[in-house]
Design a protein around this ligand. Structure first.
Ligand SMILES: *Cc1c(COP(=O)(O)O)cnc(C)c1O
Length: 233
């Protein structure tokens, strides 16, 4: 079990490295977020021993149990956020990728404990304009971002997206390229912010995302294997 996990993990690291080379980008310009949702804490421990520091979680109760066991790993919340769940998120995570409205950002800022570093946040963009998906439209984003950037206990770091799935590289690149352009627009609007992060690319499209400037790829299935949701509702 653990040998297989380590093998898959190393294969993903190699895919990232190859894509970074093809994109002519510096070797350290893309970070791997290991998406460990629904997976046991033992899997996280095996990867942490291999040097993996950053883990992504979608389900709050499950995540809080894992964080309690390993508070010094780097924890990223990447799932949908209900406003009544912002307090534990603000208290226990280092990053939130899925901020999709101003109200959520305001609550996270208000509830971030003063003794902790500001919470790193990304604004989720509904880049393929899908009715079923969360996220700002590009227009909403340009309006909300300056207000969010002004909140005291947050550090606005960039953008996140989950585009509509496409199977070939050229079609996968289109929404990722739009994301890169949106981040560039935001950098011009908010020159005082450290807008250095594009969280995009999953198991099926990490190469396309890296070619278009992803700085964090979020990989679950290709590291941990398929997820079993039978204990989730
Ligand atoms: C589950 C999830 C991932 C990982 O997706 P895989 O296709 O399993 O690599 C990435 N990002 C988000 C937001 C997710 O919810």
């Amino acid at each position: 079990m653990s040998a297989e996990l380590i093998e898959r993990y190393n294969q993903v690291l190699q895919r990232i490295q190859k894509a970074v080379e093809q994109a002519n980008r510096p070797a350290d310009s893309v970070a791997l977020l290991a998406v460990s949702k629904t997976k046991p804490v033992e899997d996280i421990e095996i990867l942490a021993e291999q040097g993996q520091k950053s883990f992504g979680e979608n389900y709050l109760q499950e995540a809080l149990q894992k964080i309690a066991l390993h508070p010094n790993l780097d924890w990223h919340f990447i799932g949908p956020i209900q406003s009544n769940k912002t307090k534990p998120i603000a208290e226990h995570f280092n990053w939130v990728h899925s901020v999709d409205r101003l109200k959520i950002a305001q609550r996270l800022s208000h509830q971030r404990p003063e003794q902790l570093e500001p919470l790193n946040i990304l604004l989720e963009v509904n880049i393929s304009s899908e009715a079923s998906k969360a996220g700002f439209t590009p227009e909403e984003l340009m309006e909300a971002a300056p207000q969010i950037a002004a909140l005291p206990n947050l550090r606005l770091r960039g953008l996140m997206a989950i585009p509509q799935a496409a199977t070939d590289l050229e079609n996968q690149r289109i929404p990722f390229a739009k994301m890169r352009q949106l981040l560039e627009s935001l950098q011009k609007e908010l020159p005082e912010c450290q807008l250095d992060t594009l969280s995009m690319g999953m198991s099926g499209d990490l190469e396309a995302a890296i070619l278009e400037g992803a700085t964090i790829v979020r990989i679950g299935t290709d590291i941990f294997g398929a997820r079993d949701y039978s204990n989730k509702n």
